[in-house]
Ligand binder design. Structure first.
Ligand code: AQP
Length: 333
């Protein structure tokens, strides 16, 4: 049986990369797959320090953003990870399956821990084991993500294979990444070679989904570009990472191929292209922002929705985690 699982961290500042690389794809997948689970991964968030009350509001806001963007909470399961204990239980078992050498190769840990890795949390190091547990505790088969998560999904496959091999079972499926759409890697507005990210210290590097009209306009105006006109064919974007990024953001928002965008804007400079991009970004983001505001004004309903999502999630994880514990040799209560 095919089952989609994907998650997003409630670390605030959800941005255009999270939307185009992940959440918008979820909206499409809910029409293709019957069984979709979308999770606000608050346990991942605390691998770096989070202020507790801000974490709570970011968790609600992340769930509300998914819904405002079009993910249907009735057809899909939407909940926050910490309400379903089986994620943590399976993650511990996977800590004992994954090898240190595998985790040492994870580039996201190296990027996030930086030079001072001795001071990074142990949670940040074993983050990919928890991510594997998030997916496999549902026997998830397909995981829509941006390109940055590809390496973690390969690790999830390695963990599933080793578990199946060590315990001589065919329990866990080998998950397939679903990396699709025109914006699998949205880059920073300030540097076309680094990914748009919540943790970039410069707010000008990203368009946050909550940015108001003036802020979106200012950020696009200040986005790094170059002095050449846009080429008429995509080959002409080679060696122009910032131009390529802005064109691909336009294409993703307008749901057009790069060739079509260049067909329209080839030969025009950024003085024309940036205002067009601004207008498009505002037109796409404003309805999501309005719906988000409406959803956030009713905290009780949001909490109810997360609870009911978690109840539905537990009905799937309960038998799977029971089977895993039995296989591993834990005595049942
Ligand atoms: N720039 C991006 N382009 C395309 N997809 C992206 N995603 C993140 N950034 C981009 C995708 O968004 C989903 C949720 O990501 P996350 O919030 O769980 O964590 P992340 O990947 O670590 O996102 P950030 O913004 O880079 O956060 P920080 O700065 O906290 O690390 C994932 O599917 C991801 O691929």
């Amino acid at each position: 049986m095919e089952r989609i699982f994907s998650g997003v961290q409630p670390t605030g500042n959800l941005h255009l990369g999270n939307y185009l690389g992940a959440i918008r794809n979820w909206v499409k997948l809910q029409n293709e797959y019957e069984d979709c689970i979308f999770c606000v991964v608050d346990m991942h968030a605390i691998t770096v320090w989070q202020n507790p009350s801000i974490l709570q509001s970011n968790t609600r806001e992340t769930a509300a953003t998914m819904i405002a963007a079009g993910v249907d909470p009735k057809r899909n399961i939407i909940f926050n990870q910490s309400q379903v204990a089986a994620h943590a239980e399976l993650a511990w078992i996977f800590n004992c399956i994954a090898r240190i050498g595998w985790l040492d190769r994870m580039t996201q840990f190296k990027e996030k821990a930086g030079k001072d890795k001795e001071r990074a949390s142990a949670g940040l190091y074993v983050y990919p084991n928890l991510m594997a547990a998030d997916i496999l505790v549902y026997k998830g088969t397909h995981v829509p993500v941006g390109e940055d998560q590809k390496q973690h999904l390969e690790l999830a496959r390695d963990i599933a294979s080793k578990f199946n091999h060590d315990y001589k079972r065919d329990l866990f499926p080998l998950v397939e990444p679903l990396i699709f759409g025109p914006a699998t890697r949205v880059m920073s507005l300030k540097n076309g070679s680094s990914k748009m990210s919540k943790s970039d210290p410069s707010d000008l590097s990203r368009i946050n989904l909550k940015d108001d009209v003036d802020t979106i306009a200012r950020k696009i105006k200040k986005a790094k570009s170059d002095t050449d006109v846009l080429p008429s064919e995509s080959a002409g974007l080679k060696g122009r990472p910032e131009a390529a990024n802005l064109v691909s953001i336009y294409g993703a928002l307008a749901e057009l191929d790069i060739t079509d965008v260049l067909g329209q804007y080839g030969g025009r400079g950024f003085g024309v292209f940036k205002p067009a991009l601004t207008e498009l970004a505002i037109a796409k983001l404003t309805p999501i922002q309005e719906e988000l505001k409406r959803l956030m004004s009713d905290q009780t309903s949001l909490d109810c929705l997360l609870k009911s999502g978690a109840d539905r999630a537990r009905s799937i994880t309960d038998p799977i985690i029971a089977e895993v514990k039995e296989i591993v040799g834990f005595i049942k209560p």
